[in-house]
Design a protein around this ligand. Structure first.
Ligand code: FAD
Ligand code: EPU
Length: 345
């Protein structure tokens, strides 16, 4: 266990200049649980962080931040697949590269998603036609009070679009420590989204998919190392078919994704752009020019600048389309996570 200085600026991809009272790096589950125990004893707030790519610090954090850096990748070959047993503190994109380099295909559509492997199940990361849930065999979660490790199979994780049990039942007092991923030996390319549909399904290689995904992402999404951001700020709204059809009649070119349950997912970025907000700036925060679903730290933004911009975007889109966007990003106050929808209402 090791301590850092107390600045969170380099530890969140929005690059918000907030402080914690203490920052600790945990390399194994015991160090995580020890930090939790210390926080409980001292009645101090406790926050687990991976790489800070899905959080917004609204103010200084008045407690202990613990960086999960539990490492390790173990590969087991089975009859029909490979099982990857991966420490929660491994970097997700590096795992994708590792798998590709070891001829273990299946993760390539999820290239370049920032963050840790242990954070991936929390919102069931997804991109370019694949969600983590289709690859997840289990998630090991530790009860920080008792140090008991519980293995949850994929169905127990209750995965949904940007959803899982780790946002609810297994949130406070639990830490994800390992993730088990299953990569089928019967690899099938997934070529349903964006430029991937241009690839030839009979001859395409995992490397070509990886390259294409990286190229699409780099052309649209700002690099957090250059411009602070947390990817999509809002979730894509899922609306009933009547509302979606009404909008489709008004806007025939509107992106429209029917869901299995009969509802329709709309593109929040399209709604924000249509509402005239691309490039809109408030304080140090701005709506990204290439992708209106991404809010950026344009010029030394505070957490409150980003929040004020998000509130404005939500209100303008709500008044324009009667659709009220919900943040994907997790809002962190001085004492811990706070309800993001309420914060913007
Ligand atoms: P953090 O931001 O550190 O933490 C997120 C939440 O999880 C916090 O509430 C934290 O307390 C909690 N947490 C962290 N670690 C643990 C743990 N071990 N156990 C329990 N709780 C924990 N997401 C997608 O789904 N698809 C994308 O295509 C995508 N693209 C992105 C592009 C960019 C440029 C950026 C900046 C973000 C993007 N994201 C995307 C969002 C983000 O990458 C994912 O949500 C990622 O999984 C977050 O990982 P993290 O380690 O940074 O989590
Ligand atoms: N669009 C616009 N204007 C914009 C942005 C998008 O018209 O400013 C349109 C696009 O032209 C396209 C549609 O909206 O027709 C969807 O856009 P895109 O393909 O860029 O994807 P997205 O819905 O904005 C989602 C995820 C991303 C993920 C991509 C690729 C959510 C909230 N976001 O974005 O995930 O990388 O699909 O699969 O589901 C993240 O979660 O942080 C994230 C980046």
């Amino acid at each position: 266990m090791s301590s850092h200085d107390t600045s969170l600026k380099a530890l969140n991809t929005f690059a918000i200049a907030a402080d914690a009272t203490e920052i600790i790096t945990a390399h194994n589950p015991d160090e995580l649980a020890n930090a939790w125990l210390a926080a409980q004893k001292e009645k101090r707030p406790f926050l687990l962080l991976g790489e800070g790519s899905n959080v917004l610090f609204l103010e200084n954090f008045a407690g202990i931040v613990v960086l999960n850096r539990i490492k390790g990748i173990e590969v087991t070959e089975r009859d029909e697949d490979w099982l990857l047993h991966v420490g929660a503190g491994e970097n997700w994109h590096q795992l994708v590269v590792y798998a590709l380099n070891h001829n273990l295909p299946g993760l390539e559509n999820l290239a370049l998603i920032p963050g840790c492997v242990g954070s991936a199940p929390i919102q069931n990361i997804g991109a370019y036609g694949i969600e983590l849930q289709s690859l997840c065999e289990y998630v090991d979660v530790m009860n920080l009070e008792t140090r008991e490790v519980i293995r949850l199979g994929a169905s127990q994780c209750q995965f949904g679009y940007r959803e899982s049990v780790f946002k609810h039942t297994y949130r406070d007092g639990y830490a994800i420590i390992t993730v088990g991923l299953r990569l089928s030996k019967n690899w099938q390319p997934k070529l349903t989204y964006g430029d991937l549909i241009k690839l030839e399904s009979t001859s395409v290689t995992p490397q070509q998919i990886f390259d294409s995904v990286c190229q699409m992402r780099r052309s649209k999404l700002p690099d957090p190392a250059v411009t602070g951001n947390a990817g999509s700020f809002f979730k894509n709204p899922i609306v009933n078919i009547a509302l979606a059809e009404n909008l489709k009649q008004l806007y025939p070119t509107m992106p429209y994704y029917p869901q299995e349950d009969g509802q329709v997912k709309l593109a929040a970025g399209w709604l924000v752009e249509q509402a005239g907000l691309k490039g809109f700036t408030l304080g140090g925060a701005s709506v990204h020019q290439q992708q209106a679903l991404v809010l950026i730290n344009k010029d030394e933004a505070t957490g409150n600048d980003i929040k004020a911009l998000a509130k404005h975007v939500r209100n303008v889109v709500g008044k324009h389309f009667a659709i009220w966007l919900e943040p994907e990003v997790r809002f962190i106050s001085s004492v811990g996570e706070t309800n993001a929808v309420e914060a913007l209402s």
